[in-house]
Design a protein around this ligand. Structure first.
Ligand code: MG
Length: 372
């Protein structure tokens, strides 16, 4: 079997000159083979940048285009191809967008392998530890208490027992943040509640003050409290607050996670399978976390492709018992994957179809496709 083509498909809901919210654009890849099998992957990154990294003609040995690197290769040789892509993009890659692109392609290669061998991806990854995974719902806060109260009620009615709030202006105004969390706790007194600061707290002192102010709400974790490069501040916060600090959704490869773990000792790491280097690299990152007793709760806020890849991966691990379930109303989450893994009674069912098991809705794909 040989790879015959690699498609990089840029999807976007708003027009190019209109603001775009999380979940409203995506970069999907399809790897075609001469056996007729097609692998699907995605990355939650800057679609135009990733598309260029895939489609660019090669410049020289360590600055190559990913499509050219894969052309004619056997898609079942995933580890060799991962290393070939990593080496071939050394000058523009090793971290960041090139690893995001490799992540998408790696997921598609695993999808092909699953289809080829006729087994779900979690079987290829070593076996299924669970049939369903508890899910937490992530939502962006509304500007008023009534709106937030209603949002959480809807989540609880759906069966969520774990909720995360963050994004928008959350983290900018301590009084407003406190008011939002108070409303959430009023409605869901006994639920798991976590907050995501997206790096908005200013420094260690500021972050410590905010943690203390919120301590009474029994938060399950505090996500990305400080700017990404404030390693010193984050390490101090982890040591002094006693609250569970998490992060890492923007990190790529085991190397960045090793550094993150060494420098800050977080309670939880949150690699995104579409950014960290795909399923292949996620396995290394998981083992790193395991050896240090750190929990891994993957980031996941994009399409049903990411959701399926994450479910397969978590099912194949001993401790992968919590998955993020986007509350985005974007058609790219709700409708791009025809057989989107449903959320039911607090859980996501682990799929058992061969490969990744996702079926794309070609009409949705064409409707939101950016042609440039
Ligand atoms: Mg986050």
């Amino acid at each position: 079997m040989k790879i015959t083509n690699v498609e990089a498909i840029w999807l976007r809901v708003p027009a190019l000159d209109q603001p775009c919210e999380w979940g409203e654009d995506a970069l999907i890849v399809r790897i075609h083979t001469d056996a007729g099998l097609i692998g699907i992957g995605e990355t939650d990154s800057s679609p135009a940048v990733v598309k260029a990294l895939i489609e660019t003609p090669s410049s020289h040995e360590t600055c190559q285009g990913l499509r050219q690197l894969l052309a004619g290769e056997n898609p079942l040789e995933i580890d060799r191809l991962w290393k070939k892509m990593y080496r071939g993009t050394d000058y523009v890659g090793r971290r960041g967008a090139a690893i995001h692109a490799i992540s998408a392609l790696d997921i598609a290669l695993w999808d092909i392998a699953g289809q080829f061998y006729g087994v779900p991806l979690h079987t290829l990854l070593g076996g299924k530890h669970r049939d369903r995974i508890a899910a937490y719902g992530t939502f962006l806060p509304r500007s008023d208490d009534a709106g937030n109260r209603q949002l959480v009620r809807v989540l609880l009615e759906q069966g969520f027992r774990s909720v995360k709030v963050g994004g928008g202006t959350f983290g900018d105004n301590p009084i407003e943040d406190r008011s939002i969390i108070r409303v959430l706790r009023d409605v869901g007194n006994d639920i798991q509640l976590q907050i995501d600061l997206v790096g908005r707290w200013r420094n260690y002192t500021h972050a410590l003050e905010q943690c203390e102010a919120l301590r009474e709400f029994n938060l399950n974790w505090i996500e990305e409290p400080l700017p990404s490069d404030d390693t010193f501040g984050l390490a101090r916060l982890v040591q002094t607050t006693g609250m569970r600090v998490s992060g890492g959704e923007g990190l790529a490869t085991r190397h960045e996670f090793q550094q993150f773990l060494d420098d800050t000792a977080p309670a939880i790491i949150q690699p995104d399978i579409t950014r960290c280097g795909g399923i292949s690299e996620m396995r290394h990152i998981y083992e790193l976390a395991r050896t240090r007793g750190v929990q891994l709760v993957p980031h996941g806020f994009s399409t049903g492709i990411l959701l399926a890849a994450t479910a397969h991966f978590l099912a194949s691990t001993e401790t992968g018992d919590l998955i993020e379930y986007s509350q985005s109303e974007s058609p790219l989450f709700r409708r791009l994957v025809k057989n989107l893994l449903p959320f039911r009674d607090g859980y996501v069912q682990v799929p058992d179809a061969p490969g990744l098991g996702v079926v794309l809705d070609e009409e949705v794909l064409e409707q939101y496709r950016v042609r440039q």
